[in-house]
Design a protein around this ligand. Structure first.
Ligand code: PGA
Length: 251
């Protein structure tokens, strides 16, 4: 399986800024993802069309939206559908990011609806899961991951190809805090995630990329990528500058 190198630009970058960053990445990568690597960059809606057009200059790279509403169209003021996301030239969408769960109040059930609808609509989905520090310290790690995976994947159509889905494990306490989980934590938690994925999706679990996210940077990406059950990384802060994300892609 290729390592999936994903960037989450969150609420950063206008269209022009996004295009400038993609163009810098294209120059640094000589127009292609390195061998054995695939690149996905999640960008704000307002930059999606321009960034997707610019991303065509990097082979093996695509863009994604950071959110969707689970309907093709309708009276949902302020929301964006998978049809619109695909029309912007994006291939992916994120679901279940901890900022949407914890700041915007999204439930596991709603994350599940979004995941299933996006897949049915032909988008690739990166479903994010992860525990808070309080949950980890109360011994609830496995329960939280199990609930988020079961409800997040509840209505995923059986015929979904393995490459249409990726899971990103991001401990909430390691996101944007500079605190990376230790390599031992990552190995232990990724083993739990893979076991739960096997229970839920059978053999397909081994072909579904499982990414780590949370304060990944050029200095730690290389060692994280060698760990068991780590098929890629999802990078926030350190993906905003072309130079540091390119270093991570090449790690
Ligand atoms: P971070 O964010 O790399 O800034 O910790 C990761 C994420 O939220 O996806």
């Amino acid at each position: 399986m290729k390592k999936l190198m994903a960037a989450n630009w969150k609420m950063y970058k206008t269209g022009a800024e996004a295009v400038a960053t993609v163009n810098e990445m294209a120059a640094m990568l000589n127009g292609t993802a390195p061998e054995g690597r695939e690149i996905a960059v999640f960008v704000p809606f307002t930059a999606l069309e321009a960034a997707s057009a610019a991303m065509k200059s990097i082979s093996g790279a695509s863009t994604g939206a950071e959110n969707l509403y689970p309907a093709s169209e309708g009276a949902f003021t302020g929301e964006i559908s998978p049809v619109m996301i695909k029309a912007c030239g994006a291939a992916w969408v994120l679901t279940g990011h901890s900022e949407r769960r914890h700041i915007l109040g999204e439930s596991d059930e709603f994350v599940g609806q979004k995941t299933a609808f996006a897949l049915q609509s032909g988008l690739r989905v990166m479903l994010c899961i992860g525990e808070t520090l309080e949950e980890r310290e109360s011994g609830l790690l496995r329960n939280v991951l199990e609930r988020q995976l079961k409800l997040g994947l509840k209505d995923v159509p059986a015929e979904t190809p393995a490459e249409a889905l990726a899971i990103a494990y991001e401990p909430v306490w390691a996101i944007g805090t500079g605190k990376t989980a230790t390599n031992d934590d990552i190995v232990e938690t990724h083993a739990i995630c893979r076991e739960l994925m096997r229970e839920i999706m059978g053999a397909k679990a081994d072909e579904t990329p499982l990414l780590y996210g949370g304060s990944v940077k050029p200095a730690n990406a290389g060692s994280i990528l060698t760990l068991d059950n780590v098929d890629g990384v999802l990078v926030g802060g350190a993906s905003l500058k072309a130079e540091s994300f390119t270093q991570i892609i090449n790690a």
